[in-house]
Design a protein around this ligand. Structure first.
Ligand SMILES: *[C@@H]1O[C@H](CO)[C@@H](O)[C@H](O)[C@H]1NC(C)=O
Ligand SMILES: *[C@@H]1O[C@H](CO)[C@@H](O)[C@H](O)[C@H]1NC(C)=O
Ligand SMILES: *[C@@H]1O[C@H](CO)[C@@H](O)[C@H](O)[C@H]1NC(C)=O
Ligand SMILES: *[C@@H]1O[C@H](CO)[C@@H](O)[C@H](O)[C@H]1NC(C)=O
Ligand SMILES: *[C@@H]1O[C@H](CO)[C@@H](O)[C@H](O)[C@H]1NC(C)=O
Ligand SMILES: *[C@@H]1O[C@H](CO)[C@@H](O)[C@H](O)[C@H]1NC(C)=O
Ligand SMILES: *[C@@H]1O[C@H](CO)[C@@H](O)[C@H](O)[C@H]1NC(C)=O
Length: 498
């Protein structure tokens, strides 16, 4: 007979397991869930709330203020996001609460190991002098900070280091060197393999060479730790509602990467000329023509002077949802999530080509596969580990209700915003509105099925808020059918309730 203590211990273990996401692994062209083996396609947002050059305490680090992370995770969960990219983490800070919040809502993290501080990235104008022991110690410390979180999807070893043929000459071997060092460090000190890759500028003249250089295998029969495990592309080529699969050149991307042996995705997208954005590229990116790619990340969550934001945030914690958030949500809700989960056995059995100069087409782009040796002391550092490095771990999430004031696009204050714990990757429509208390209380519960259906497929304009809220209040069935639109609209409805 089981004692009560045993049962309670089981319950505790179960609770802990339920809140941790399954790590993601790479299977040649695809990411997949390491437990279910479902394909994992990134539905992501770039997250740098402190701004591009920010670093360190205050608002400089995106994952160290639990109050703002809770607010943003709640809004991202509603949106349907499953991944964030963070460019400027400070490994000396405590990320446990924020990372645990994102983990609990089904959101993975892509972490850039570099920092916008001199000496903490490879200088494209002088890679050899910036490839130093102190630089490597810094990026290994970032690995230490994030290696134990189950929702760390991968590390970016570099971002847009190559941006033309000239910078494609000296830099490629250094990018591979940094990847090798990170992967060797992870192999020696992390509890699991964590993918390491690169984020490329969308300079079409060097794009194919960059990918070909980084994905090839130089191992001569064994695994080569200097190759990329994935390839991100920062691409803003789809602009406005007059663009298309061919006008944007997305068709060329599909052709270029058709035989890729590592996952390729858009590490930034979302051209903002013209504004407001229509986000029609979402339909193409997650559609049947682009299954070669593993999704992408919209640039970006937080509004700043460059005008790419989905949400305007203030230092007092208040957030104003912007129109692009609503538009993106309505596009995300059209994604066929079941299509994304299915793996392609041909794509996952492709083998990387052996590195060779004939893979490179531009005169002037590096064909040098002699990867620089680590600077002195680094082999020992990899063997013994960074001394006294702070290592993160998942903690239980105790706060779930967002206290900060959040305003909908119609100006009303959102009520009842909260995160909801899940055990699998978030996806559009997966989570019902966390605002339902406010929304339901405003509903008349008399709405017909016809009205609900209309609002479910509508754009979420203010005039449909009542109907959507009613749908949620009056019919369990409609919660599934109207799902995502219901969440979008309920933000407005919640606002109207006050
Ligand atoms: C691979 O290894 C074999 C056996 O050691 C050697 O003969 C061959 O030259 C190597 N190939 C390359 C490309 O290094
Ligand atoms: C390379 O790594 C893959 C995946 O970990 C493994 O399946 C394969 O056997 C390895 N190949 C060699 C030659 O070690
Ligand atoms: C397309 O975008 C233009 C300019 O951004 C806008 O005026 C127009 O209403 C949009 N058309 C559609 C069908 O969304
Ligand atoms: C992809 O690989 C196939 C078979 O090796 C080859 O015929 C085809 O040309 C390749 N496509 C590209 C775009 O490289
Ligand atoms: C927070 O700051 C914004 C911008 O200055 C202001 O509009 C808002 O009223 C403030 N909110 C609170 C709760 O003080
Ligand atoms: C966290 O962010 C909130 C809202 O922006 C702010 O009021 C608070 O001071 C921040 N906390 C820390 C420790 O920086
Ligand atoms: C599966 O992958 C192969 C190789 O990339 C590709 O040629 C084929 O079109 C893919 N099939 C589907 C259904 O996407």
């Amino acid at each position: 007979m089981l004692s009560l203590i045993t049962i309670l211990a089981w319950a505790g273990a179960l609770a802990a397991r339920v809140t941790a996401l399954n790590p993601i692994v790479v299977h040649e062209q695809e990411f997949s869930d390491s437990v279910t083996n479902d394909r994992f396609v990134i539905i992501g947002i770039d997250y740098q709330p402190g701004g591009q050059g920010a670093y360190g305490t205050g608002s400089g680090d995106p994952l160290s203020n639990g109050t703002t992370c809770l607010r943003d995770a709640a809004l991202m969960q509603q949106l349907g996001v499953n991944t964030i990219r963070c460019y400027n983490v400070d490994p000396s800070l405590d990320h446990n609460e924020c990372v645990s919040i994102f983990d609990s809502v089904g959101i993975y993290m892509l972490i850039d190991v570099n920092a916008p501080v001199p000496g903490l990235s490879i200088d494209r104008s002088n890679p050899s002098s910036s490839y130093t022991t102190s630089y490597l110690q810094h990026i290994f410390t970032v690995v230490e900070a994030f290696k134990s979180y189950p929702n760390t999807l991968g590390f970016f070893a570099g971002n847009e280091i190559i941006n033309d043929v000239a910078t494609g000459q000296a830099n490629p071997p250094y990018i591979r060197a940094v990847q090798r060092d990170l992967k060797n460090y992870i192999a020696a000190h992390a509890p699991r393999t964590i993918p390491v890759g690169y984020s490329a500028a969308d300079v079409r003249s060097v794009l194919q060479d960059t990918w070909a250089y980084l994905q090839c295998n130089d191992g001569n029969g064994s695994n080569d730790t200097s190759r990329s495990d994935f390839f991100g592309l920062n691409s803003y080529s789809w602009c406005g509602n007059q663009s298309s699969f061919t006008i944007s050149g997305y068709n060329v991307l599909v052709e270029t990467f058709s035989n890729t042996t590592i996952p390729v995705f858009l590490s930034e997208y979302g051209c903002n000329d013209p504004t407001p954005r229509a986000f029609d590229e979402v339909i193409a990116l997650y559609g049947s023509q682009m299954t070669t790619l593993s999704g992408g990340l919209v640039y970006q969550y937080t509004q700043d002077t460059a005008d790419y934001g989905l949400v305007q945030t203030y230092s007092n914690g208040t957030a104003q949802i912007l129109g692009d958030y609503d538009t993106l949500m309505s596009q995300y809700k059209k994604i066929d999530v079941s299509l994304l989960a299915s793996s392609n056995s041909t794509a996952t059995s492709l083998q990387p080509p052996q590195c060779n100069a004939n893979l490179i087409s531009n005169d002037g782009f590096s064909t040098d596969f002699n990867i620089p040796s680590p600077p002195s002391g680094v082999d020992q550092l990899i063997k013994s580990g960074v001394p006294n490095a702070p290592t993160g771990s998942i903690v239980s999430v105790t706060r779930t209700s967002v206290q900060a004031a959040v305003y909908a696009t119609n100006g009303g204050r959102v009520s009842g915003l909260a995160i909801q714990a899940v055990s699998t990757a978030n996806s559009p429509g997966q989570t019902q509105s966390g605002l339902s208390t406010g929304a339901a209380s405003s509903a008349t519960a008399s709405s017909s099925a016809g009205t609900s259906g209309t609002s479910g497929s509508g754009s979420g304009s203010a005039s449909s808020t009542g109907a959507a809220a009613s749908a949620k209040a009056s019919s369990g069935a409609y919660k599934v059918g109207a799902g995502f639109a219901g969440a979008a609209v309920a933000i407005g409805a919640g606002a109207l309730a006050l």
